[in-house]
Design a protein around this ligand. Structure first.
Ligand SMILES: C[S@@+](CC[C@H](N)C(=O)[O-])C[C@H]1O[C@@H](n2cnc3c(N)ncnc32)[C@H](O)[C@@H]1O
Length: 196
C-alpha cells in the first residue's frame, strides 16, 4: 500500500507456507473490513492504533480489495522457465538464492536470475537479498543433494552483482542497505536493487 502496489503474487515451493500466507491474508483482510466498516466518528475515536494512524495519510485498501489484489501460490520458481513475458514492475527475492543454489547448483541459480529478468518490465527492479557463502557452509549437509551441489558451486554470492550486470543484462545496481539506519542487529545482510 505504501508503495502504491496494485497487485502482488507471492510464490513458494512449500505448500504449508503458502497455506499459512493465505490464512494470514484472510485474517488481515477481515480486520481491515472491520475497520473500514466503522462509522467515521468511531474510527476517529479509536485512531490511537498504528494502523489507523497510517491509513489517514495513505491510500486505503479494503479487506475485499486485499483478497483480490494479493495472491499466493505454490510453485517451484524453476519450473515454467519458458515462455516468460515481462509482467512485473518489482520482484523481491529475499533469502532464497542459497536454497536454489544448494538444490539446483550454478545452473539453477542462473535459470532463476534469467527468469526474473524476463519477468520484469523494462525499468523494473529486482530486490535481491542473497545469503552469504558462510551460511551455505552451515547448511551444506541438509541433504545429499545439497552436499554434492555445494562442492561444485563456482558462482559464489560475491560474484552475483557481476553476473546479474554482465551476464544477465541488468543495467544498474545499488546497495539499498548502504548508510541504512536502524537495521535489526544480527540481520545486516546487504540488499541489492538491480534495474532492468
Ligand atoms: C529462508 S526462506 C525466505 C522466505 C521469504 N522470502 C522471507 O524473506 O522471509 C526461503 C524460501 O524459499 C523457498 N524456496 C526454496 N526453493 C524454492 C523454489 N525452487 N521455488 C520457490 N520457492 C522456493 C523455501 O520454501 C523457503 O520458504
Amino acid at each position: 500500500m505504501k508503495f502504491f502496489c496494485r497487485s502482488m503474487v507471492g510464490i513458494d515451493i512449500d505448500q504449508n507456507l503458502v497455506e499459512r500466507a493465505k490464512r494470514n491474508l484472510q485474517r488481515i483482510a477481515a480486520t481491515k473490513s472491520a475497520i473500514t466498516s466503522l462509522e467515521p466518528c468511531e474510527a476517529e475515536s479509536s485512531k490511537g492504533t498504528e494502523s489507523l494512524e497510517l491509513s489517514k495519510d495513505q491510500p486505503t485498501l479494503k479487506g475485499t480489495d486485499l483478497i483480490e489484489s494479493v495472491k499466493f501460490r505454490k510453485e517451484n520458481v524453476l519450473e515454467k522457465l519458458q515462455p516468460c513475458s515481462p509482467e512485473y514492475d518489482t520482484i523481491l527475492c529475499l533469502s532464497v538464492t542459497k536454497w536454489i543454489h544448494l538444490n539446483w547448483g550454478d545452473s539453477g541459480l542462473i535459470a532463476l536470475f534469467a527468469k526474473m529478468w524476463h519477468l520484469l518490465r523494462p525499468g523494473g527492479i529486482l530486490v535481491l537479498e542473497p545469503q552469504p557463502w558462510v551460511s551455505y557452509q552451515r547448511k551444506r549437509r541438509v541433504s545429499e543433494r545439497a552436499a554434492a551441489n555445494f562442492k561444485d558451486i563456482l558462482m559464489k554470492p560475491c560474484y552475483f552483482p557481476e553476473i546479474l550486470l554482465d551476464k544477465i543484462g541488468f543495467r544498474h545496481m545499488e546497495n539499498a542497505t548502504n548508510n541504512l539506519q536502524g537495521s535489526v542487529v544480527g540481520f545486516n545482510r546487504p540488499i541489492f536493487v538491480f534495474r532492468k
